[in-house]
Design a binder for this molecule. Structure first.
Ligand code: FE2
Length: 285
């Protein structure tokens, strides 16, 4: 069974992706106080707004911006004099994503014998979350002789949602741990507009281990900036990783393996059946 699914974008979708990426890069040059007007809000299945994380020790800077249809109106209203295409164009991006996401859900249904996944991803649409990401690793000025080694920007982890659609990146850097040979393999979005879909924790739970969440990491060279664009697809009728008990999934080393039996894997999820989630978007787009 494939663990990475390649996807080809239409010409129109590629053009949309280029526009929002240009806009995101421009936004990254704004002052932090301007960017922080887009307050970060998190709920059980999605989050939206601007976040910045700076590591003084590593001279790393990571900033991201999440947008979904559920919180789209709130983010659009923050825009006063400045309109940003990377926010405004989200409904259009979601329209292009919908057939890709439905097709993939159908493929998972056929491959694993589960049912109802297409319906579940459609019900989850208000929570599909676009993540714009910007990494900057700066050379440590106190140690200019720092060897030109690869820097780990994101340590090995699995994503907590159903699956993740990788849409754009300005630099290579994502590596996946192959389930067979257990070696790190670089994965890139190539110039022929081929992105890919990577399974997350909820798909492994939903398929009872028939599909495995892909262990991956992000590496970079020194002084390299990296911008990327992905879409997280959560499953709102499936239990979510229990963050309050186990902490951030990115730090949960127990899940960074392909070897967990299903009973043990399931123990990392909230035992509470997802309550009926309000699936109304705050914007009818
Ligand atoms: Fe990830």
């Amino acid at each position: 069974m494939q663990y990475i699914q390649g996807i080809r974008f239409s010409k129109q979708f590629s053009e949309e992706i280029c526009k929002v990426m240009r806009s995101w890069k421009k936004f990254c040059r704004y002052t932090v106080s301007e960017k922080q007007k887009y307050v970060y809000n998190e709920d059980r299945y999605s989050d939206a707004g601007y976040e910045i994380k700076v590591s003084n020790q590593m001279m790393d800077r990571k900033e991201n911006f999440h947008v979904n249809l559920r919180q789209y109106s709130r983010l659009v209203e923050v825009q006063s004099s400045n309109n940003h295409e990377f926010i405004d164009r989200i409904p259009g991006i979601m329209r292009h994503l919908e057939p890709i996401i439905i097709e993939y859900a159908g493929k998972v249904e056929r491959e694993t014998g589960i049912s109802g996944l297409i319906q579940e991803v459609l019900s989850s649409k208000p929570y599909w979350t676009i993540r714009y990401l910007h990494y900057l690793h700066q050379q440590n000025k106190e140690n200019p002789d720092e060897p030109k080694k690869q820097i780990i920007l994101a340590k090995s982890h699995i994503d907590k949602h159903g699956f993740t659609v990788h849409l754009s990146e300005t630099e290579a850097g994502v590596e996946i741990l192959s389930p067979d040979e257990r070696v790190w393999q670089p994965i890139t979005i190539d110039r022929r507009n081929i992105g890919y879909i990577m399974d997350g924790a909820q798909i492994q739970l939903r398929t009872e281990n028939r599909k495995k969440a892909v262990v991956h990491r992000v590496v970079s060279g020194l002084n390299r900036e990296r911008y990327s664009l992905v879409c997280f697809v959560p499953l709102i009728r499936t239990a979510m990783y229990n963050k309050s008990k186990y902490g951030s999934i990115q730090s949960c080393s127990g899940l960074v393996t392909y070897d967990l039996g299903f009973t043990e894997f399931r123990s990392y999820f909230s035992s509470v059946q997802p309550s009926r989630v309000d699936t109304q978007s705050d914007d009818n787009v």
